[in-house]
Design a protein around this ligand. Structure first.
Ligand SMILES: NC(=O)c1ccc[n+]([C@@H]2O[C@H](COP(=O)([O-])OP(=O)(O)OC[C@H]3O[C@@H](n4cnc5c(N)ncnc54)[C@H](O)[C@@H]3O)[C@@H](O)[C@H]2O)c1
Length: 438
C-alpha cells in the first residue's frame, strides 16, 4: 500500500435490525472507541454479547470474573458476558514451573536492558503456551455463543483488542522516555526495536492486536457457516490505526503520530482482514483517528492530530451545532487565549519541515528523533498550558465526538462494506457529526 484508502461517503444501516446479535470481542473499559459502536448497535435494537479478558490473581494466574464482577461487567456492557477469560498475548504464559516473559523482562535494569539477551527457544515455548490457552478459551466461547444466536439472525463481530505491554516496571520507565522524554531524557524508539526487549514486545503486540483477530475469524467459521446457511449475514470489524487525513493548511493531508511502535501489529491486523476478504468473508479494519483514551494516554502529543477537526467542521459546512462546539472549546481556554491561537500553533507544528518529514506513508511507522519528540511533546504541553484547567481539555471534548462519529461510520458502512481496510478521516468524521446534529 502506498497511500491510505479513505472512506469516501456516508452510508445507512440496511442490514442490522431488532434481535440481531452484536458481539464485542474485547472487554469494555470506560471511555474507549468501542462505546461509540456499541451505542449504534443498541440503537438498532441488537442484542449485545461480550467477552472478558479475565482478571489476574496476585500470583499472575488468570481467572474468570467473580459473580459480582460478572454482574458489574454485564451492567456496564448492557448485555450478556461469556465468562471465560480471554486475555491475548503471552507475556504471562510459560510451560509449567518456568519463567514467564514478564519474569524475564523484570530481570532487566534501566541501565542494562539494551544489551540484555533473551532465550528465544524458551520464549517460543511461552508463545506457544499463550496461543494454546487463547485458542482453547476461544473455542469454549464460540461453543457458548453458538447456542445464544437464534436462527435467521445477522451477526456483527466487533474486535477491539489492542495492547501487549508487559507489566514490568522497567518497561514503564523506558516507555516514558521513548514517548515523553525530551532533551537529556530522550530515548530513540529505534533503540527499543534493536533490543531483545523490543523484539519480544513486537511479538506480543502482534498476538494481542492482530493475531487475536485472525483467531476470531478462524474460530467463528462454524457459526458463520450456520448463520449463512440459515439466511443471515455475518460481518467482522476491527479498529486499526495507520495515520489519518486531517486539515493542514486548508487541505486534507495524511499525517501520523510518531513513534507508533504498535504500527507493525496494526499492519498485520490489516493483512488478516485482507486475507479473510479474499476468501469472501466481510471483514474490515477501520483505521481510526487519534483520540485520547486509557490506551492512548501513553502517547504524549497524540491529541495534536485531533485538534484540526475543529476546522474540518467549518470546511464541511458548519452550522449551529459546530458553532456551539467551538464556543464550548473556547470556554475551556484561559482568559485572553483564542481558540484560533491554539489551532495556529498546531498548524505551525504540522506544517513545519521537521514534521512533514514524518508524514511519509510508505515509511510508516517511522522511528522518533530527539527534535521531533521535542516538537511533539513541547507543542502538546504548550497547548495544555493554554487551558484554564489541565484536566478539562479540548481534546477530551473532541475525543467523545470522534468515538461517536466512528461508531456511526463503522456501523453504517458495515452493512455493505467497500473493502477490507478503510481510513476514517476528519472529513467523514465531521460530515457524519454534522449530519447527526444538523
Ligand atoms: N485511541 C486512539 O487514538 C486509537 C486510534 C485508532 C485506533 N485505536 C484502536 O481502537 C481500539 C480500542 O482502543 P481504545 O483506544 O479505545 O482503548 P481501550 O483501552 O478502550 O481499548 C483497548 C481494548 O483492548 C483490550 N485489551 C487490552 N489488552 C488486551 C489483552 N492482552 N488481551 C485481550 N484484550 C486486550 C481491552 O479489553 C479493550 O477492549 C484498539 O484496537 C486501538 O488500537 C485507538
Amino acid at each position: 500500500m502506498t497511500t491510505s484508502i479513505p472512506l469516501q461517503s456516508l452510508s445507512e444501516n440496511t442490514l442490522f435490525r431488532e434481535g440481531d446479535v452484536f458481539v464485542l470481542f474485547g472487554e469494555l473499559f470506560g471511555r474507549g472507541y468501542a462505546t461509540g459502536l456499541l451505542d449504534q448497535a443498541k440503537a438498532a435494537g441488537m442484542s449485545v454479547i461480550g467477552i472478558t479478558v479475565g482478571r489476574r490473581e496476585d500470583d499472575g494466574s488468570l481467572r474468570a470474573l467473580t459473580t459480582e464482577e460478572h454482574a458489574a461487567a454485564e451492567e456496564n456492557l448492557g448485555g450478556k458476558i461469556i465468562n471465560v477469560p480471554l486475555m491475548a498475548g503471552f507475556d504471562m504464559d510459560a510451560p509449567e514451573g518456568t519463567a514467564t516473559p514478564t519474569d524475564l523482562v523484570n530481570e532487566m535494569t534501566i541501565d542494562g536492558w539494551q544489551e540484555h539477551k533473551l532465550d528465544w527457544d524458551h520464549l517460543a515455548k511461552c508463545r506457544e503456551a499463550g496461543t494454546e490457552r487463547f485458542k482453547t478459551a476461544l473455542a469454549e466461547i464460540m461453543a457458548q455463543l453458538d447456542g445464544m444466536i437464534p436462527a435467521g439472525k445477522n451477526v456483527f463481530f466487533a474486535h477491539t483488542m489492542a495492547g501487549g505491554i508487559p507489566r514490568a516496571k522497567v518497561f514503564m520507565a523506558i516507555a516514558n522516555r521513548i514517548y515523553k522524554g525530551r532533551g537529556k531524557r530522550h530515548m530513540p524508539s529505534q533503540a527499543l526495536l534493536d533490543s531483545d526487549l523490543g523484539k519480544l514486545i513486537l511479538q506480543n503486540f502482534d498476538d494481542v492486536t492482530a493475531n487475536s483477530f485472525g483467531h476470531l475469524l478462524d474460530a467463528s467459521a462454524a457459526i458463520r457457516n450456520r448463520i449463512e446457511a440459515e439466511g443471515g449475514e455475518v460481518r467482522y470489524t476491527a479498529y486499526g490505526y495507520h495515520g489519518t487525513r486531517v486539515l493542514i493548511g486548508g487541505e486534507y493531508q495524511w499525517q501520523t503520530y510518531t513513534s507508533y511502535t504498535q504500527g507493525y501489529a496494526k499492519m498485520r491486523l490489516e493483512d488478516h482482514a485482507k486475507a479473510a476478504w479474499d476468501k469472501g468473508i466481510k471483514a474490515t479494519v477501520f483505521n481510526c483517528p487519534e483520540i485520547r483514551t486509557n490506551s492512548s494516554d501513553v502517547f504524549a502529543g497524540i491529541e495534536l492530530s485531533l485538534l484540526p477537526l475543529l476546522t474540518a467542521f467549518k470546511t464541511e459546512g458548519g452550522g449551529a451545532w459546530a458553532d456551539a462546539l467551538w464556543q464550548r472549546c473556547q470556554d475551556l481556554l484561559k482568559d485572553g487565549v483564542q481558540l484560533e491561537d491554539v489551532l495556529t500553533k498546531v498548524s505551525d507544528y504540522q506544517k513545519s519541515e521537521l514534521m512533514q518529514g514524518f508524514y511519509n506513508f510508505p515509511a510508516w511507522p517511522m522511528q522518533n528523533s530527539a527534535d521531533q519528540v521535542e516538537a511533539t511533546v513541547g507543542t502538546s504541553q504548550e497547548i495544555v498550558e493554554m487551558h484554564e484547567n489541565r484536566k478539562e481539555l479540548i481534546s477530551d471534548e473532541l475525543s467523545q465526538h470522534v468515538l461517536s462519529a466512528t461508531g456511526e461510520l463503522i456501523f453504517t458502512e458495515t452493512s455493505a462494506p467497500s473493502g477490507p481496510v478503510l481510513w476514517l478521516d476528519h472529513d467523514m468524521v465531521a460530515q457524519v457529526l454534522l449530519r447527526a446534529n444538523g
